[in-house]
Each structure stands twice: as structure tokens, then as C-alpha cells.
Write a protein that binds this ligand. Structure first.
Ligand code: ADP
Ligand code: MG
Length: 326
């Protein structure tokens, strides 16, 4: 079982930022409104996520660490219309097979907090009482300590932390209502207070930079069950590096060729070779119109009406850019 977990880990857990992504998504699935992310040494020494979400009961703690134990899919129909971010039930098992992971949790209705961790080759879960406020802490120490090959692929602490920072930025742009705080080696690096939808641009300015929000065009278009809203930079305000491209499909950050292509096309020839489209965009459509269950890392998406989606994104973005040009 441990080996199977390690193989699964190889697919999904590429580096510290992959761990951060999985854990943060779990916290959000648990309804957390506040997350504190503590990183040490680029995540190779420690990744610790504390949340104030619903928590895991004592009985469910060992289950949460077991493979394919997910509380989020009750039947096959659920698979067709996935709403929660995590759904494969293998992130915690995978991560704990390649690190020293402890899961500490206290649901509000439970008097006492409990801590669980797995030990030994048979991955037996151990349990002990703990002290913890309502919510959950997942503490991941010494990532890849038992998989030297994977450890060798890690870059400098700074580079690994930059990946984590980017992961948190993506999340910060997907949930304005959640407060996120990111620390590296005991120093606060990012602090994103919760904002209302009306103040969303404040969060965007904090995450992407005021240079973006000062120039970006706001758009909000709805058509045939598709909605696209957000901000897109006119060509003169586009970046020279590909680090300002945020596209969300039903709240989930995507890197999708077809969508990239549509936006690139919206700029036409106006974009010089030295600039890349810069945007924060949100596409919303019926859950049954998209299949997110394509790859374990969940970056890809498959649309039922791919052509329509492509053209809708292209036209909406183009219109926004033209309104600014004239
Ligand atoms: P999945 O998210 O796909 O269900 P995971 O391995 O990521 O699988 O998590 C396993 C289970 O552990 C989740 O289904 C959930 O019940 C529980 N869990 C994990 N993290 C948290 C958290 N931060 N708060 C509450 N429950 C959690
Ligand atoms: Mg998960």
C-alpha cells in the first residue's frame, strides 16, 4: 500500500508547491475562511497549513489518511458534476507516503482535538489527543525524505518558495472571501485580507500588482449560459514575462491551450513579440458543460461546447480590448 501511495505521489506531488495546492484545496473544501501557510526552507523542511474549517472527527482521522478515502463523492452521479476542489481521495495518503505528515483537527462539535499520523511500512494510522482550536492543521515535514530521486529534482529554497507563492496567488484570486497569510522561515511574506466582491480589485492589485489594475479593462459578459468576467490588460500594459495569466473555469485555475489561444487571438496583431497577454478572467458555465477530471493535477479541462466557449472568450476579450482602444 505504501508503494502504491508513493507511485500516486509521483503523479500528483511533484514539488512542495503541489503539496501546498492540495492542502489548501482541502481547507477550502472544508469551508475555511482563514488560512495560515507556514513554509520552511522552500517547503522541503516544513509545509504547515492551519485552517478554521469544519475539521475532521476523531473517527475519520485515520480514514482521511487512507488511500481513496474521500468524503466528497457519495455516488457516481457526483463524479459527473464535481463541485468541490478535491475528489480523488489520495492527496493526504500520497503526501504522507513521501513525508512525515501529521493531521490535527477539531470539529466545533467535538470537545477534544486529535492528531493522526501514519508510521511504518504498513502505514498504520496512530492517534493521540492534541490541543487545537476549531479547524485543522496539516503539518508536512521533510518532504521526499524517503524518495531521494525526487528530492534531487528540487531547486533552491528560493525557487521552490516562488512556486509556492505563485500557487497561493492563484488561490487568492479564486477566493476573495478567504484570508490568506503566507510565511517563509518565520517571516510574513504575503497577507491577503478577505474582501467582498465589490472590493475584488483590491485583492487583484495586491496579487498581480497595481501596474495591472491601474490599466486593465474590466469586463463582464453573459451569453448562452456562459459568463466571462474579470480584467484584461490592453497591449501597452501587458507584461514581458508570462507571469500574469490567470484564467479560472468555475473557480478553478486552468492552463488551457484552447483558452490561451482565444485570448491571444483577441489581441490580434497589436501585441508585440516581446509581450504576453496579461489577465485575470473568470469563466462560469454549467458544471455539466465541463469535465475537470482529466488529469490528476487537474490543470486541464474539457468543454462540451469547445468551439462555442472558444469563440465566446475570444469575442468578449476582443470587445473589451477594443472599447479601451477607441
Ligand atoms: P480528497 O480531498 O480528494 O477527498 P484528500 O486525500 O485530499 O482527498 O483528503 C482526504 C479527506 O480528508 C477529505 O475528503 C476530507 O474529508 C479530509 N480532510 C483533509 N483535509 C481537511 C481539512 N483541512 N479540513 C477538513 N477535512 C479535511
Ligand atoms: Mg484533497
Amino acid at each position: 500500500i505504501s508503494l502504491a501511495n508513493q507511485i500516486a505521489a509521483g503523479e500528483v506531488i511533484e514539488r512542495p508547491s503541489s503539496v501546498v495546492k492540495e492542502l489548501v484545496e482541502n481547507s477550502l473544501d472544508a469551508g475555511a475562511q482563514q488560512l495560515t501557510i507556514d513554509i520552511e526552507k522552500g517547503g522541503r523542511r516544513r509545509i504547515r497549513i492551519r485552517d478554521n474549517g469544519a475539521g475532521v472527527s476523531k473517527e475519520e482521522l485515520p480514514l482521511a489518511l487512507a488511500r481513496h478515502a474521500t468524503s466528497k463523492i457519495a455516488c457516481l452521479d457526483d463524479l459527473e458534476a464535481i463541485q468541490s476542489l478535491g475528489f480523488r481521495g489520495e492527496a493526504l495518503a500520497s503526501i504522507s507516503s513521501v513525508s512525515r505528515l501529521t493531521l490535527t483537527s477539531k470539529p466545533a462539535a467535538q470537545e477534544q482535538a486529535w492528531r493522526a499520523w501514519v508510521e511504518g511500512r504498513d502505514m498504520q494510522a496512530e492517534l493521540a489527543p492534541a490541543s487545537h482550536p476549531d479547524g485543522t492543521t496539516v503539518d508536512v515535514e521533510d518532504l521526499f525524505f524517503n524518495t531521494p530521486a525526487r528530492r534531487k529534482f528540487l531547486r533552491t529554497d528560493k525557487t521552490e518558495f516562488n512556486h509556492i507563492d505563485e500557487t497561493i496567488k492563484r488561490i487568492a484570486l479564486s477566493r476573495f472571501d478567504v484570508r490568506l497569510s503566507l510565511n517563509h522561515n518565520q517571516k510574513n511574506v504575503r497577507n491577503y485580507p478577505a474582501v467582498t466582491d465589490d472590493q475584488a480589485i483590491e485583492r487583484v492589485a495586491k496579487v498581480v500588482g497595481a501596474a495591472f489594475t491601474d490599466h486593465a479593462v474590466a469586463l463582464d459578459v453573459e451569453q448562452m449560459g456562459l459568463r466571462l468576467w474579470g480584467w484584461i490588460a490592453p497591449q501597452h500594459a501587458c507584461r514581458h514575462q508570462a507571469d500574469g495569466q490567470y484564467f479560472y473555469v468555475n473557480g478553478r485555475m486552468m492552463r488551457d491551450r484552447m483558452l490561451n489561444h482565444a485570448i491571444r487571438q483577441a489581441y490580434g496583431d497589436t501585441l508585440g513579440d516581446d509581450r504576453v497577454p496579461t489577465y485575470v478572467l473568470y469563466l462560469q458555465l454549467a458544471a455539466t458543460d465541463v469535465d475537470v477530471n482529466v488529469h490528476p493535477a487537474k490543470h486541464e479541462v474539457r468543454f462540451q461546447r469547445a468551439r462555442e466557449v472558444h469563440d465566446f472568450v475570444l469575442q468578449s476579450a476582443r470587445q473589451a480590448l477594443r472599447s479601451r482602444a477607441s
